[in-house]
Design a protein around this ligand. Structure first.
Ligand code: ATP
Length: 499
């Protein structure tokens, strides 16, 4: 697997991702998506929405505001407890997340540790500044929310926050959605959009950013719900499972089916099993490598204040197993908190039980867009020894450019014919026209950015109306009639084999 630095360099070179504000020296934790990155990110988000909103009849979507009433963040617990522990160097001022420093230098778990205990451990084990080797100060809590002021008066009365997650906007709008759509329990509300966290030490390219995007679903059930009715549809899904018990007894993760994990009470809740498998299957359906995923249960000491059980979908990055998505059981914590702070009744009438209930959130699949973006890059990026260039084997649904169109030579009416085909296909897809350099060079350029097919116009095109179509993955080439191109492209983009 390439190192994260290699992926970052590649992304910059090809126009996927640039360091934000680069001409001013950059701004740590912020990244800008270039032309290809914007396409890839857009495709990824569209696929998520298609799978989890459009193709289901139990989930609807919203798009909430980034700045909201500060009461939302008081009720959710973010104002009081959305903190990391910060420690700085007494000499050079370098700042570290104390838990990361302990995990990286001593390979220890820090879940549930207080700042005082972290300070004691850092001193006892003589952990010093990683840059200048000087003594570290006392660890202290640091709230990760970015603040802002709403309106012209800049004092505490106008203080608000940039949302650190999209989830709370779903809870705040829960009753609106229930009353204005025809959803019935169980149902979900999905949202995609920006979230902001003033991370102490952003790192690993897009993995830990200060401005990023989330794709989240809050799934609401009746408090006496009996379990997920669709769990059988994912029962055969096999993946690596790493339960709390396995972690505490020092075992490794084990490959098993969802059915086995449920029967063995390794995963207690069928809704959790269903959503974890659904997220995993979504990644795999878009070309991710199933062997690099595992689901890991949070240790009791690691659970957030609102959660009674959480599992993360993790991916084996070059810098270790890391969280891609969290799936937490939040119970009725959020709706009850918002009832308390807003003094509004958030219960709804459930037609099946003919009673008013405050639903429970049994699952909150919450996935970072940029972390998914990295997964698809890692799993598609290969150096092809024969071709001597990178081939980005992205699933065609994700490819930023869907086809390249080239004239074989730049004369005798071939560019005009190629442009004609290009303009026609461009009505429906993002297509690239290229007449620069040798054909081999043009193929290589498209291979590198993941374009699934290339179409070349030559002299025969003018007489018989056919073109050469080349497949990115096999480099196989076939003659195809121009009139067949739209249906061929549509099949290729679904991931079907075209020859
Ligand atoms: P971590 O432990 O890695 O900080 P978290 O547990 O705080 O993550 P959640 O609050 O569960 O993360 O957020 C849901 C998802 O949002 C994460 O699984 C991740 O994909 C994404 N995410 C969270 N923080 C960041 C960040 N700083 N940069 C990029 N993505 C993030």
């Amino acid at each position: 697997m390439p190192a994260i630095e290699e992926i970052a360099t590649f992304c910059k070179r090809k126009g996927f991702v640039y360091p934000s504000s680069e001409i001013y020296g950059g701004l740590s934790g912020f990244w800008d998506f270039g032309p290809l990155g914007a396409e890839l990110k857009g495709n990824l988000k569209r696929e998520f929405w298609k799978t989890f909103v459009h193709q289901r009849d139990d989930i609807v979507g919203i798009d909430g505001s980034i700045v909201s009433h500060p009461g939302i963040w008081k009720a959710s617990g973010h104002v009081d407890s959305f903190v990391d522990v910060l420690v700085d160097c007494k000499k050079c001022g370098s700042r570290y997340r104390a838990d990361h420093l302990l995990e990286d230098t001593l390979k220890m778990h820090t879940e549930g540790m207080t700042p005082e205990k972290m300070g004691e451990t850092l001193r006892a084990r003589n952990i010093r500044c990683q840059k200048c080797k000087s003594e570290l100060g006392e660890p202290r809590r640091f709230n990760l929310m970015f603040t802002t002021n709403v309106g012209p008066i800049q004092d505490s009365s106008s203080l608000s926050y940039l949302r650190p997650e999209t989830a709370q906007l779903i809870f705040a709008n829960f009753k609106n959605v229930f009353e204005t759509t025809r959803v019935k329990l169980p149902f979900g509300i999905a949202q995609m959009g920006k979230a902001f966290r003033n991370e102490i030490s952003p790192r690993d390219f897009l993995f830990r950013m200060r401005e990023f995007e989330q794709m989240e679903i809050e799934y609401f059930i009746h408090p006496q719900d009996k379990g997920c009715p669709w769990v059988d549809s994912v029962a055969g899904t096999e993946l690596l499972v790493y339960s709390e018990g396995m972690q505490k007894s020092g075992e490794k993760e084990k490959k098993m089916s969802i059915r086995h994990a449920l029967d063995g009470v390794i995963i207690r809740n069928s809704w959790h099993a269903y959503w974890l498998a659904s997220m995993f299957n979504w990644f795999v359906s878009l070309g991710a490598n199933p062997e690099k995923f595992r689901i890991r249960q949070h240790l009791r000491e690691e659970l957030s204040h609102y959660s009674s059980d959480t599992w993360d979908l993790e991916y084996n990055f070059p810098f270790g197993w890391k969280e891609l998505a969290g799936v937490a059981d939040r119970g009725d914590f959020d709706l009850r908190q918002h009832e308390k702070f807003s003094k509004q009744d958030l219960s709804v009438f459930d037609e099946t039980s003919k009673s008013k209930v405050v639903p429970h959130v049994v699952c909150e699949p919450s996935l970072g867009v940029e972390r998914a973006f990295l997964v698809f890059l890692f799993d598609s990026y290969v150096f092809d020894e024969k071709r001597e260039n990178i081939v980005l084997r992205l699933h065609p649904k994700l490819s930023p450019v869907k086809a390249g169109v080239f004239p074989l030579v730049n004369k005798d009416g071939l560019p005009e014919k190629a442009r004609e085909i290009y303009s026609e296909l461009k009505q429906d897809y993002n297509i690239f026209y290229d007449q620069g350099g040798s054909i081999g060079r043009r193929y290589a350029r498209q291979d590198e950015i993941g374009t699934p097919i290339c179409i070349t116009v030559d002299y025969d095109t003018l007489s018989d109306g056919s073109v050469t179509v080349r497949d990115r993955d096999t480099t196989e080439q076939k003659r195809v009639k121009i009139s067949e191109l739209p249906s061929l492209l549509s099949r290729a983009l679904k991931g079907e084999r075209i020859f």
